[in-house]
Design a protein around this ligand. Structure first.
Ligand SMILES: [Zn+2]
Length: 303
């Protein structure tokens, strides 16, 4: 509701903007519980003309319409019940499509251009983190976005939007998003020495085959997420409830094993990680060749 209200005020719509499909009117109408805002806006000729000029923005517009559809409908319904003047649903989406979306696209393109120029200027090796997200959880998502972030500055360098019917199923959207993102950066003549992603099998295979000069790391956040799920399942087993008290510490240990090894030495990270088995049994030495003992001070008998 908040976002819809802010957008409406920013766009400064006319005060009285009821159209023929909305009941203005009497107190009886405003209290009518059967009243519904108009259904999906039909595109008029101006919209069609605009859309034809903005094909590459079309998917984003559809995606945003689907995201805003329910909140916008509910907000306008509340305003109608309160007897307040407001946009019709059709006008709301007209404003969104013809004013808001082009502004967002222009600002984003300018920002992206500046960011890419900055990266070229600094000549620092590019370290990218990539991940996809879907519009709904599960395996029935209609839209997926793939985002690449420059990890030394935490700035997003590119976003791709994929619709599920462009690929064979919704699971394939993530790889398609990555593919398009990498092609975009290659067209910009950007070299990618390092990329960090989740352990999605299609992603692993594609990077191995299509980006042979790029070092591929796995994101510890995703590894920790999988580990946490397994431990939460274990807690529900008979006589295993005590595991629940260790989940947070064990996940923190996994992050520490990676973060405390800046050179990314896999042998050291592995031995640091495996030391957790000894540590939780109050044994703090004799772990492994590359990490023989814990780094913390003596914990005393009670710990
Ligand atoms: Zn220890």
């Amino acid at each position: 509701m908040t976002s819809v209200g802010i957008q409406s005020s920013l766009l400064q719509p006319p005060l009285h903007d009821y159209d023929n499909t909305v009941k203005p009117g009497s107190a009886h109408d405003q209290m009518d519980p059967t009243w519904q805002p108009p259904l999906a806006p039909t595109q008029d000729s101006a919209e069609e003309d605009f859309d034809s000029k903005c094909d590459r923005w079309e998917h984003s517009a559809i995606f945003l319409d689907s995201v805003f559809w329910i909140p916008a409908k509910k907000t306008l319904l509340v305003l109608q019940y309160l007897g307040m003047c407001s946009n019709s649903l059709r006008t709301f989406f007209n404003h969104q499509r013809t004013l808001l979306h082009p502004v967002i696209e222009r600002v984003w393109k300018e920002e992206q251009r500046m960011l890419l120029d900055e990266i070229r200027f600094t000549e620092e090796p590019l370290i990218l983190g990539g991940d996809g997200r879907a519009d709904t959880p599960g395996h029935n998502a209609k839209f997926g976005s793939y985002t690449l972030m420059e990890l030394s500055t935490s700035k997003v360098v590119h976003v791709e939007l994929v619709q599920s019917n462009e690929v064979k199923n919704s699971n394939a959207m993530e790889k398609e998003g990555l593919t398009r993102s990498v092609h975009f950066l290659r067209e910009e003549e950007m070299h990618i020495p390092t990329i960090v992603t989740d352990r999605h099998l299609q992603i692993q295979k594609w990077i191995r085959e299509e980006m042979p000069d790029t070092v591929h790391h796995y994101d510890v956040w995703h590894v920790a997420k999988g580990l946490r799920k397994k431990m939460e399942a274990l807690v529900k087993e008979k006589d295993c409830s005590i595991v629940g008290r260790w989940i947070r510490s064990i996940c923190n240990h996994l992050y520490w094993a990676a973060a405390s090894t800046p050179d990314g030495n896999g042998d050291v990270i592995r031995d640091k990680w495996l030391s957790v088995v000894n540590h939780i049994q109050n044994t703090h030495y004799g772990h492994g060749k590359h990490f023989p003992s814990c780094l913390h001070p003596d914990l005393g008998q009670d710990d």
